[in-house]
Design a protein around this ligand. Structure first.
Ligand SMILES: NC(=O)c1ccc[n+]([C@@H]2O[C@H](COP(=O)([O-])OP(=O)(O)OC[C@H]3O[C@@H](n4cnc5c(N)ncnc54)[C@H](OP(=O)(O)O)[C@@H]3O)[C@@H](O)[C@H]2O)c1
Length: 329
């Protein structure tokens, strides 16, 4: 099948494109060409790279037509952030593609209620990103169910993989949290550390997209979570990391209002966003209908990412050592 992947060289595309090539698909990889995939793979030699700037072309009104002109049989849209953006593609591709897969997010759910959260639960998104992704999902599923447009929406959790810093046990992306734990230093968590995060390895997200393509009849008109088999509490996540680095857990807890005092604005914002959602999503639907089988638990995915960063000196995990950044302080 001729498949156009929009946003093809990022966290997910790095794993997805080689998987599609290995299955014999003809892949057309759309991106601005500003970055290479995270890891080299011979499959990329068989991929047609098409440099297009979506934002720029959407502002001019020509993006969707450029995608249609690539004559795809299927389109995987990794980087859709507004309903208008989705609508443009649907209108240009209606009647022309067999399958249209759109990348959403588990942020289409608001705060967790009954967990694990299923795809069927009512959407209560908050924050611009989640609200917009929920609008895209609602639009695409309506088009699929009402007009037959062959859309599937896939919702990843916190994407993890080698080469970038995973979401940490404080619910933000500050790499020093991992370094503190590795060095056996005390970590203070907000509240009781019982709020949750739900990671997924980028290759498992790629697997989910591939399975959805393969199970067309089960996937069209549906949305699916793509997450690891189980979410982690912040506390459980931190304890597992202390153990991984050979330490007894050294945890302290502070109410949210006090925890914030020693944190940067960026970390506060990020932690709040994660704990206010406290995701814990079900993969039962993806397992049953798509045959999705994540290879990585949340911890396995995080450990692989940390090993990769530490192995290249990008994260200091040896006791008593400090990163260059810390030494300069
Ligand atoms: N990160 C997470 O934890 C997370 C969690 C849930 C859902 N998601 C969803 O995952 C999707 C992103 O996937 P990802 O993490 O694989 O992406 P990513 O790592 O951010 O990579 C983005 C890809 O899109 C290309 N791109 C960026 N801007 C572009 C533009 N204006 N025109 C054309 N190409 C452009 C990039 O290459 P160039 O820079 O070379 O153009 C790259 O290939 C989004 O829909 C996001 O909502 C992410």
């Amino acid at each position: 099948m001729r498949i156009v992947v929009i946003g093809s060289t990022g966290h997910v595309g790095t794993f997805l494109v080689p998987r599609l090539v290995a299955l014999g698909h003809q892949v057309v990889a759309v991106s601005r060409g500003q970055r290479a995939p995270y890891r080299p793979h011979p499959a990329w030699e068989r991929v047609q790279m098409v440099p297009l700037d979506r934002e720029h072309l959407e502002a001019e009104g020509g993006f969707a037509a450029r995608i249609a002109a690539l004559e795809p049989q299927a389109v995987i849209d990794m980087i859709c952030f507004t309903e208008d953006s989705a609508r443009g593609l649907v209108e240009a591709l209606r009647g022309k593609v067999q399958h249209f897969l759109s990348c959403g997010t588990i942020w289409v759910h608001g705060p967790s209620a009954s967990v694990p959260t299923t795809e069927e639960q009512p959407r209560r998104p908050f924050g611009e990103y989640g609200i917009r992704k929920a609008a895209i999902e609602a639009y695409l599923l309506d088009e699929a169910r009402r007009t037959g447009f062959p859309a599937t929406v896939l919702h990843p959790g916190h994407i993890v993989g080698p080469r970038w810093v995973p979401l940490n046990p404080a619910g933000n992306f500050n790499p020093q949290v991992f370094e503190h734990i590795a060095q056996g230093r005390e970590l203070t968590l907000p509240n009781l550390g019982l709020e949750t995060v739900h990671h997924v390895h980028a290759d498992d997200v790629a697997q989910g997209f591939v399975r959805a393509l393969q199970r067309w009849s089960a996937g069209v008109g549906e949305s699916f979570h793509l997450v690891s088999p189980a979410a982690l509490t912040l506390r459980g996540y931190a304890e597992a990391l202390f153990a991984r680095f050979g330490h007894e857990p050294r945890l302290a807890f502070l109410p949210w209002s006090e925890w914030q005092r020693d944190q940067s604005e960026e970390d506060i914002r990020s932690t709040w966003d994660h704990i206010a959602h406290s995701p814990s999503c079900s993969i039962q639907k993806a397992e049953a209908l798509l045959g999705y089988r994540p290879r990585y638990s949340s911890l396995e995915a995080v450990f692989e990412a940390l090993d990769w960063l530490a192995g290249r000196g990008l994260l200091e995990t040896r006791p008593g050592k400090h990163t260059e950044k810390e030494q300069q302080k």
